[in-house]
Design a protein around this ligand. Structure first.
Ligand SMILES: C[S@@+](CC[C@H](N)C(=O)[O-])C[C@H]1O[C@@H](n2cnc3c(N)ncnc32)[C@H](O)[C@@H]1O
Length: 291
């Protein structure tokens, strides 16, 4: 295997190689470079490189790749081998019912955040035109999913990162959903509402824990999206001031931070404080209603 790519057999110009063989070599290479999901990565990257659905690879195992296809596959696998997240290499990722553009400008939307969206939708059930504020919108994932799944919702996403908002704007255009975007620093309070729902997946990783994260996260995702001391508390305090009476706040926090967050919600006068678990069974989402 060569250092920088998928190996000598995959170098353009060295004879034909089949889809099955590329998958085998790519999987071995990515496993050696530390990917937790080398086969899945190899399939998704090859499918993208040659313009097939992943499932179609299986009915074309013996088909030889053309030289341009091989070169494209090699480049994508080389990127992933440098531990660039699969999502960034693919350039798009699914969140709820949407496919969103993802790149280094913002955090990759996570499966646990889909649960946050579920709770957000439940909290505005029954309102005809709920006014929703997504604090730290990043790629726009939460705001867009709510706009998509809750017709009638009037949704604003804010972020302090111009880069993230640029990506969110591309996702607004890509999905055609009506979400307003604003530059705003959550540490300066939240924009005047009144809002029926404030939803947030704020940066909640302890700065001391950043060094221990997987290279995909530590070296590729924006640190300002991962960690900002006091962000959860700032969102909660800000929400009290701008929520309509009966309006709800729902936040995602780190596993292990939910008890302190629920205590803060009680201290701030929220009622109906409740926690929801993620798919791994950890309490992850905390919600409450302004009385
Ligand atoms: C954990 S990411 C969440 C992104 C997206 N909502 C999601 O769930 O995939 C946190 C977001 O908060 C933003 N952020 C960090 N500090 C902020 C601040 N002081 N004010 C507003 N947004 C901030 C980051 O730029 C980032 O987009």
């Amino acid at each position: 295997m060569t250092e920088d790519g998928v190996g000598a057999r995959l170098q353009p110009g060295t004879g034909t190689v089949s889809i099955g063989e590329v998958l085998r070599l790519s999987t071995e290479h990515l496993a050696a470079k530390g990917s937790d999901t080398p086969r899945l990565d190899a399939e998704r990257l090859l499918a993208k490189a040659i313009g097939l659905e992943r499932i179609e690879l299986y009915t074309a195992f013996d088909r030889p790749l053309t030289q341009p296809e091989l070169a494209a596959a090699r480049e994508l696998v080389a990127r992933r081998a440098r531990r660039e997240p699969l999502q960034y290499v693919l350039g798009e990722w699914g969140f709820r019912h949407l496919t969103l553009t993802v790149d280094r400008r913002a955090l990759i939307p996570r499966p646990e955040t889909e649960i946050l969206v579920e709770r957000a939708l439940a909290l505005v059930a029954g309102l005809e035109r709920p006014r929703v504020l997504d604090v730290g919108t990043g790629s726009g994932a939460i705001a867009l999913a709510i706009a998509d799944e809750r017709p009638g919702a009037v949704v604003t996403g804010l972020d302090s990162s111009e880069d993230a908002l640029g990506l969110a704007a591309e996702n607004v255009a890509r999905t055609g959903l009506a979400v307003e975007l604003a530059v705003h620093d959550l540490f300066e309070g939240l924009p005047d509402g009144p809002w029926d729902l404030v939803v947030s997946n704020p940066p909640y990783v302890d700065a001391a824990d950043l060094a221990g994260l997987q290279p995909e996260v530590r070296e590729w995702e924006p640190h300002g999206a991962l960690s900002a001391e006091g962000a959860v508390e700032a969102v909660a305090r800000g929400a009290v001031a701008v929520l309509a009476p009966g309006g709800a706040l729902v936040v995602e926090v780190g596993a292990g931070q939910t008890d302190a967050t629920a205590a803060l919600f009680h201290e701030l006068g929220f009622a109906e404080v409740r926690m929801t678990r993620d798919l791994a069974g950890h309490d992850r989402v905390v919600e409450g209603r302004r009385t």
